[in-house]
Design a protein. Structure first.
Lengths: 334, 267
């Protein structure tokens, strides 16, 4: 094989794997949008909040310690030494479920049947409130997140591919971050589990029913509010997985909440109402960015195309297929 | 809970009593002081010209609309409004005028949603899909198969309902309601847009449900010959007001009813 081809394969592989991360974030959006018609702007902050909480539990940080210390002159910081990541993850999941319940109680319940724009504004508010609470609870310093997922280049792949190039050419093997491989595996398991759950259990059927038709769902006795709590909790869980991946890669910092913005082009490509759309949209954006960076960037000798290319793709899509690849067709009757 | 309440009422006694129900949307009055009662085990029809408030009436019974005034006595309990969830839990199932199915789901899955309230396994067991949870799924699947047999839906079991022809969609919707094993079945124009043969099938299904399962039926229908044939009692609405009620033969002779349908008569 020629070195060019090998480089191309490497770029595509890396693109696919970073795309999986986008898919995970977009998936959280789609689930909530389908079930409650809300575009949840706070999805990115969910990921941040989950990651912060996870680190907090893991290291035994006292929540609100800065606030308490400031008010009462105490010197609280940690109340127990580090605990196992698995336990911390369980605690974080519980926190996200409680969070979903509180959101339903305080926000959604009061805004049922309002215009979508009002619900959207509410989630913007929610994003800022949650970001503030996250800051107050766990502090604003950049934290290291390590739940035991290996990271760094895969030596195995490097060794396996080094011999593939034509003899005599300078080729040092492919580089793929092991963290991304793990992210892919976890995402695949997550999506499969979700698909099986929604296909074969009664609650899964109720979820699909609510996504399809609210009125009909009510008529068979499905409680919309229970389903909303469930959906927001699942989205919170997915946000946590995304938060763990991104947090492990670049530390848990407040810019993590901006991954929500990266999910937007994914949703435009895949369609706001399609779960396969979110996954394939994420992959396309991931691959598209990386290819653009290497090949278009190389052609004109410019860099950082990666940062805006996703939005460019989204714009093109909006021109030709505004409902996305798999979204519901927009049909207007007159 | 309330399901038991319905079952305690003897056949032929009032199961739903509507007292002076009024409903308005802003300035538009959809219903004005309408009262009637439905007896357990009967086929009860609500008729009237377009815009008479028939569907609004069903929506009040089922809890989709909250009446502006009036009382609903349901299975011996008086309240000023129903809740859709409570209605479903108490054994009221319904179909809609503009079919409300889960279009992306298969016929089977649509019918299975009718069993949701009867499935008791918790989320955790469901997720494991093991032992009791699996048994429960199988049991309810068998119940749904009975409905499928009854309504002749075998060949479209796996078809997404969105792609089915109109008449079949109506039938699937009836199936979903029947899968709930309801005590009371609210049917909003179950035969609208059907040809004669389909109407006959539908009448047969409705009557069988009424005779064999003893389900109380409340239906809205425009086809007078069907209504006169299958209903035990009829209430007639016009412009949101009740203009007549009684047995089919009484309605046929009711002057106000004839006027509403055909314009003012000569006499």
């Amino acid at each position: 094989m020629s070195v060019e081809l090998l480089n191309f394969i490497e770029t595509v592989l890396n693109g696919l794997m970073s795309g999986i991360m986008y898919s995970l974030v977009a998936l959280g959006f789609v689930l909530i949008f389908k079930a409650s018609g809300v575009f949840n702007f706070a999805q990115g902050v969910f990921a941040l909040f989950a990651a912060l909480t996870l680190v907090g539990f893991q290291t035994g940080q006292v929540p609100f310690s800065h606030l308490i210390n400031e008010l009462f002159g105490t010197k609280l910081h940690h109340w127990y030494p580090a605990i196992h990541s698995f336990l911390a993850i369980i605690l974080t999941i519980i926190t996200m479920v409680v969070l979903a319940w509180i959101i339903e109680r305080l926000v959604l319940k009061h805004l049922v049947n309002q215009e979508p724009i009002i619900l959207f504004m509410a989630t913007i508010g929610l994003a800022f409130v949650l970001e503030g609470i996250g800051d107050l609870m766990w502090g604003s310093d950049v934290k290291v997140l390590d739940v035991g997922i290996p990271s760094g280049g895969s030596e195995w792949l490097e060794n396996a591919t080094i011999g593939l190039a034509k003899e005599g050419s300078e080729y040092y093997g492919m580089y793929i971050d092991v963290l991304n491989v793990w992210a892919t595996i976890i995402a695949v398991i997550l999506v499969t589990a979700l698909a099986l759950f929604s296909q074969y259990t009664k609650t899964g059927r109720a979820l699909r029913a609510v996504a399809d038709d609210h009125q009909a769902a009510l008529s068979v006795g499905i409680s919309l509010r229970t389903i909303w709590v469930l959906v927001w909790a699942i989205s919170g869980f997915i946000a946590m997985v995304a938060g763990i991946m991104w947090g492990t890669e670049s530390g848990v910092q407040f810019s993590l909440s901006l991954i929500a913005l990266k999910a937007l082009p994914v949703l435009i490509l895949g369609g706001f109402t399609s779960i396969p759309g979110a996954i394939i949209g994420g992959l396309l954006i991931g691959v598209g960015e990386k290819l653009a960076e290497i090949y278009i960037g190389g052609l004109f000798d410019i860099g950082a195309i990666e940062n805006w290319f996703a939005y460019f793709m989204a714009l093109i899509f909006l021109l030709f297929r505004p409902q996305g690849l798999f979204g519901d067709k927009i049909i207007e009757r007159v | 809970m309330s399901l038991k309440k319905i079952q305690e009422i003897p056949y032929g006694k009032n199961v739903i009593e509507l007292k002076n129900i009024s409903l308005s949307f802003g300035g538009v009055k959809a219903l004005t002081e309408v009262s009637f009662e439905v007896k357990r085990g009967e086929v009860f029809a609500i008729i009237g010209p377009n815009g008479a408030g028939k569907s609004s009436m069903l929506n009040v019974i089922n809890g989709f609309y909250k009446p502006t005034s009036g009382k609903i006595n349901f299975a011996g309990q008086e309240r000023s409004q129903m809740e859709p969830e409570l209605a479903a839990k108490s054994g009221i199932a319904r179909t809609f005028q503009n079919i409300a199915l889960f279009k992306g789901m298969s016929t089977l899955d649509n019918l299975m949603t009718g069993r949701l309230l009867k499935q008791k396994q918790n989320l955790f067991m469901q997720a494991l899909y093991f032992g009791p949870a699996e048994k429960e799924e199988t049991f309810h699947r068998e119940q749904v198969e009975k409905v499928i047999d009854f309504l002749d839906l075998q060949s479209i079991r796996r078809t997404p309902v969105g792609s089915l022809p109109y008449g079949l969609q109506k039938r699937v919707e009836l199936g979903r309601a029947l899968a709930m094993e309801p005590e009371i079945l609210l049917l909003d124009e179950p035969m609208a847009g059907m040809n004669v043969e389909e109407k006959q099938d539908m009448s047969r299904f409705v009557l069988t449900a009424n005779h064999e399962l003893k389900t109380t039926i409340v239906l809205i229908e425009h086809d007078m010959s069907v209504v006169m044939d299958i209903s035990d009692r009829i209430v007639v609405l016009d412009y949101g007001k009740k203009i007549g009620s009684g047995k089919p033969e009484e309605i046929r002779k009711n002057k106000a009813v004839i006027d509403a349908y055909l314009g003012i008569s000569d006499e």
